[in-house]
Each structure stands twice: as C-alpha cells, then as structure tokens.
Design a protein around this ligand. Sequence first.
Ligand code: 5AD
Ligand code: SF4
Length: 440
Amino acid sequence: MSTESQSGPRVYLETYGCQMNIADSQTVNAVLRRAGYSSAERPEDADVILLNTCAIREHAEERVLGRLSDLARLKSRRPELKLGLLGCMAQHNRATLVEKASYLDLVAGPDSYRRLPEMLRNASFDPAVDVRLDRGETYADITPDHDGSIRAYVTAMRGCDKFCTFCVVPYVRGRERSIAPDDLLREIRELAARGVKEIVLLGQTVNAYRHGASDFGALLRMVARVDGVERIRFTSPHPSDINDSLIDAMTTEPKVQPYLHLPVQSGSDRILAAMDRGYTVAEYCSLVERLRRAIPALALSTDIIVGFHGEDDSDFRATLSLVAEIGYDSAFTFKYSVRENTRAHKLGDSVSDEEKGRRLSELIALQEKISLDRNLTNIGQLFKVLVEGPARRGNAMLAGKTPQFKTAVFPAVEGIRVGATIAVRVESATAHSLICSLVA
Ligand code: 5AD
Ligand code: SF4
C-alpha cells in the first residue's frame, strides 16, 4: 500500500503462512488503498491492525493467538483502534473466534476481502464478521500492491478440490477456481513494466489450473511470451496433475525454470492411501523419473508430514528410504497436526508428540545431509543468478537464486545491479547455499 498519502486511516497488516497469503495481503492492501486507507509501518502507529493468518497446523494458530493478545493490549489503551483477523484461521475458527477473542472488531475469510472497507465502517459495537466462501471470487479485477522486489507472486488459481484427509485448505479456501489468462497477462505485463523479472504463479494445486481451453502448460507458454519477464516459476504443483503439456512447457520454454516443489507427504503406500493423496510411491517415483529425463537440470523439493495417524515405524522408514532414493534438493518437514473439520480428524492422533519430534529430527538430519551432498556436486559448475540484494550473511556479499532456486551468494562488486542476471561459479557449498565467485 502507498505510504505517500498519509491522509486516510492507517492500516498495519501482518501476514502469516504461505505465499498465497503474502499475495492475498497485497490484494488486501490494494482494496484498502482504493478505499482511502494508507499503511502504517508499526502497530503503534495504526488505526486498524489486521493479521492475515494460516490454519494449516495448530502451531500456526497458536502463534497468531499469542500475537493477538499482545495487540489487544494496545487496544485496551486505545479503544478506537480496530483489530481484525483475516484469512484461513478466520475461516477455520469462525464459530468460536469472536467468543475466544472478544476484542476482535473484524473477522474476514479469504473470499471476503473486497468487503473489508464496508466491514471496517460497520465494525463498531458488534464485530463485523464475513466468512462466506464464494466460488466466484478471484479478485481478478484488483491489481495487488506489489512490494517492489524483482520477484512477484501472482495468484493463478484459488482454492483446492483435492481434500487430502489431513488438510484444512479446501474447507478454508473453498473450491478450485482459475483466473482468466487475459487478467493474469495484464497483471504480469504491468509487473514487467515496473521492473519485475521473475513471476511466480501461485495456487494451492497450481497445475490444476484450467480456464476454457487453457491448461497450466498453456498458461506457462503465454506468460513466457511477455516481454521483460525473464524467469517463470510456480508453486505448488500436485503430482497427480502433472501432464505432458506442463512437462512440454518446462522443456521448451527457457524462461520456465528447472525447479519443482512436488509435495510427496509420505513414502508409505498405506499412509498415502489414508491421506487420500491419489498416488502410490511407485507412481510418484516414475513421475520423478519422467521429469528428470525430460528436464535434466531439474531441482526438486518436497513437503513431508511425519506422524500421521497410524504411521508406524516401518511407514516412517519407508519415508526415509524414499527421501534417500529421490534425493531431494530440499524438503519442508512437518509434524502431523490434527485439524478440525478434516476427514482425518475423526481417525485420531496415534503418534505421540515426542515420537513425532524424534521422527522429524531423524528426517531433517537425513535431508540436511542429502541437501549438502547435492550442493557439493555443484562445486565448479557455472550458474546464471538473478541478483536480489544483500546476502543475509552480510559482509559485502550479494545473493540471488540459481535457475534451480538455490541461494547463491557472491561478492558485491561495483556495477552489479539488483535485477541483473550474472554468471557465477560455485566455489563451496553448505546444505542451504552455494558460495560463488563471479565469472567475467
Ligand atoms: N499437519 C501437518 N502438516 C500439514 N500440511 C498440511 N496439513 C497439515 C497438517 N494437518 C503440510 C503439507 C502441505 C504443507 C503446505 O503443509 O505437507 O503440503
Ligand atoms: Fe491440502 Fe491436499 Fe489441497 Fe494440498 S492438495 S491444499 S495438501 S487438500
């Protein structure tokens, strides 16, 4: 949101959870800016405080509840301050939230952001609550406020129809809907004109994208035609929705980067069936084989849940072997968290928290070793890196991503601009980054 016009009421917006939420917050900022609001950098300076939240695991919700009670203290000093909860947690806890957090003025689910200005006007004695899910809402006409970086996240589809038994997303984000290619291309052209070099197409199952005759592969080819866009990525594809059209776009469009985040969740067929993921371990492995054959430079990451209900030691060992067999470049790993409303809720939670913790540590240790080994094989190789800015480690280093979405750090030499693509050589590696020199 613009910080230039300091006229209207000031909003402080904090975002939790996935990239979809980061993108949604940019839509929220655009809606509020249009309605005359400006943004506040700190909660202390705001007239309205909004938290855009995640409900995927209990831990995510606990963090937000803790933060909310901190912010409620500000409100007790300034009763006119409005406090609102947005997003998945608002949707998930709609029945109990206003009771649990009586200081909330506003509760809005992911399909209600268009109505925020009206809700803020009405939130007075009673909180304004809008948690209707709307199969038609795509916010296609609202251009999100971009944060000015060289990478932009663009929501291509919303919602999810997969209903994996552990997952709350279909209940809080509603049914799958894709945004028309024309609307997406208009937004992407505007972003490119403002200096964005990398577009990341988003969707809970982004490759389930379909609009008219266009599937996801067709969308990738259209985005690749946009001048100024240099790199295209997308997240997260579902293994069951990978088709020839998508693989073809990845092999024939040089702008589409050789990286896939391909959530597997478990390496045990029994658990995959209980999760209703729609594939077996063998099917997943042959998909990976097909992808690697088509795209030799491909890097792969994944999501894995440990301790799903009924997961015994042999199931967990199967996950470890799959991880070793595939050799992921990186993995996001989670302890299973039972979520209300999901199909697995009624099954129970057979693995203790200690055992989940033990399995998680073992899995993380294995993946760290694999990530390091894979990164070490990059030593001596050349990569093109899109320069993003100062490296986190500081000391005169810059950072950017390789095509495989690995973090490369390299010396900050004069004349290297953010947004430029440069060539680097990998000199050494950790499990999480490639330390590089510049190639003339
Ligand atoms: N418990 C733990 N992890 C979960 N995820 C989704 N639902 C749950 C849950 N109930 C993980 C999955 C998904 C990622 C975004 O979050 O691995 O891919
Ligand atoms: Fe959740 Fe499964 Fe949909 Fe992913 S595909 S958002 S895990 S229900």
